[in-house]
Design a protein around this ligand. Structure first.
Ligand code: B12
Ligand code: SF4
Ligand code: SF4
Length: 388
């Protein structure tokens, strides 16, 4: 920081005022110190293999838990919360692929980054100093939930989400690491009491202990970060989720009582893909260019074309979506990705009525994993009922 020394209490008051003016619902400050308890939990989680194949989550604990590793001169970590709650899913009467609420609108990385940088500039102007800062959301390796808990934004729920007593858990966390001294907040406190709803209702049993999510089982991981197949035994449990999962937040009493709609129009359902994907339409996307064009500026580009089509196949199979059969048959016979072809075969096995197409595919398919899926589908899919 260059310029006159500023009273940390006064600087904090100005930060709060400017952050709220910038549209952030929550703001808190912690000293730029290692997040020891969070780091220890991360180490145990990594060692148990729960980080699956997310390369960035296998980085050394010291890197992920120490803000000073991101900025040497850091004095304060500001955590900001912004509600993305866009409302409830309408009933799935059309057979759509369900999208987690955080992804209904525009890509939050871009939207929040813009406002973070403006907030930093605003602070510099009002305080009359140059501030060295790093601003990010869900991008740079730091335990953002732990940092935000230290800064008083909320407490850890048994679903591992950070819950704020006033707004629930449907909020993004963003961070500004600053070389400016700010008066720190008290850490967030709160409790789930005797409630265990999220653990009881998680469709795949991914919440292994209070606050511990095994990513290998989590539908959010399986449909977004995972680049490989969705394991066969988990597919029926994924239900109609085609991007992310909200079950452990939907059942949470804190959200039932507190969730208030986001004030950011970028996160409303009209700003992006909305609550459901039209499965048949997505299944017809054959090139990466077309995929990028269709979902540009939304979080849905994350799993890539093959990943999103894979998810839509699974949702179609679980919904028994007969109207998707022609599109699934084209995926099976024409798609260049074995991932898509194999999941299309599975879906056709679940829905039934596509024996001819499956036999035709069996005659031309060269990929061993696709061939196996086709054989299984012809033998009757998960349900065991013969196809055709
Ligand atoms: C990897 C990751 C995932 C993985 C793994 C999730 C997990 N629970 O570990 C997957 C892909 C599964 C995932 C899913 C989701 N994610 Co995510 N994810 C991340 C990421 C990049 C790292 C999380 C991490 O470090 N995991 C490792 C474990 C060990 O850490 P942790 O989950 O943060 O848990 C900490 C606390 O819970 C604490 N803790 C837990 N219990 C207790 C109990 C006590 C007593 C104490 C003291 C501490 C404590 O210790 C842990 C270490 O700090 C963060 C962004 C970031 N850089 O932090 C976003 C982040 C956690 N994700 C977020 C979101 C929105 C989601 C989803 C809701 C998206 C969706 N709808 O599909 C789901 C929620 C699933 C769930 N129940 O966690 C938000 C959460 C906001 C919030 N209010 O909590 C974050 C912070 C992104 C952001 N910047 O907004 N995610
Ligand atoms: S996001 Fe879904 S699958 Fe993952 S822990 Fe929560 S309820 Fe379970
Ligand atoms: S559902 Fe219950 S146990 Fe789970 S996070 Fe919410 S209050 Fe805690």
């Amino acid at each position: 920081m260059n310029g006159p020394r500023i009273d940390p209490g006064e600087a904090k008051r100005i930060l709060e005022e400017r952050a709220r003016a910038a549209g952030f619902d929550l703001v808190g400050v912690a000293r730029a110190e290692p997040l020891e308890e969070g780091g220890e939990r991360l180490r145990v989680w990594q060692e148990a293999g729960m980080a699956a194949d997310m390369g960035y989550m296998h980085r050394p604990v010291e890197l992920l838990s120490d803000p000073k590793k991101l900025q040497k001169s850091a004095k304060s970590v500001v955590s900001l919360g912004v509600s993305y709650y866009p409302g409830e899913h309408p009933e799935n009467t059309e057979g759509g692929g369900r999208i987690a609420r955080y992804a209904w609108g525009r890509d939050y990385h871009e939207v929040i980054k813009g406002r973070l940088f403006r907030l930093r500039e605003d602070l510099e102007e009002v305080l009359g100093v140059r501030i060295k800062a790093r601003g990010f959301t869900d991008a740079v390796p730091l335990l953002e939930r732990s940092a935000a808990q230290h800064a008083g934004l909320g407490f850890f729920g048994r679903n591992s989400c950070l819950i704020n007593d006033r707004v629930g858990s449907y909020f993004f966390i963003a961070d500004l690491i600053l070389d400016l001294e700010l008066e720190p907040d008290e850490p967030g406190i709160g409790t789930c009491g005797r409630c265990t709803r999220c653990m009881d209702k998680c469709p795949t049993g991914a919440i292994k202990a209070p606050g511990v999510v095994d990513a290998r089982l989590c539908i959010s991981y399986l449909t977004i970060e995972n680049r490989a197949e969705i394991p066969r035994d988990l597919r029926p449990l994924v239900s109609d989720w085609s991007f992310g999962c909200d079950v452990c937040q939907e059942v949470c009493p804190y959200n039932k009582r507190k969730a208030t709609r986001s004030r950011w129009p970028e996160f409303s359902e009209g700003a992006g893909a909305g609550p459901y994907l039209e499965i048949e339409e997505v299944l017809e996307i054959r090139s990466d260019e077309e995929f990028e064009r269709r979902f540009a500026g939304t979080p849905l580009t994350r799993p890539g074309r093959a990943g999103l089509l894979r998810n839509c196949c699974v949702a179609a199979g679980n919904l028994g979506l007969e109207k998707a059969v022609p599109a699934l048959v084209r995926c099976l016979l024409e798609d260049e990705s074995p991932l898509v072809r194999s999941h299309a075969a599975w879906a056709l096995g679940e829905i039934g009525g596509a024996e001819r197409a499956l036999r035709e595919a069996a005659g031309v398919e060269l990929d061993p994993s696709c061939l196996e899926e086709i054989e299984l589908a012809l033998a009757g899919g998960t349900t065991g009922a013969p196809v055709g």
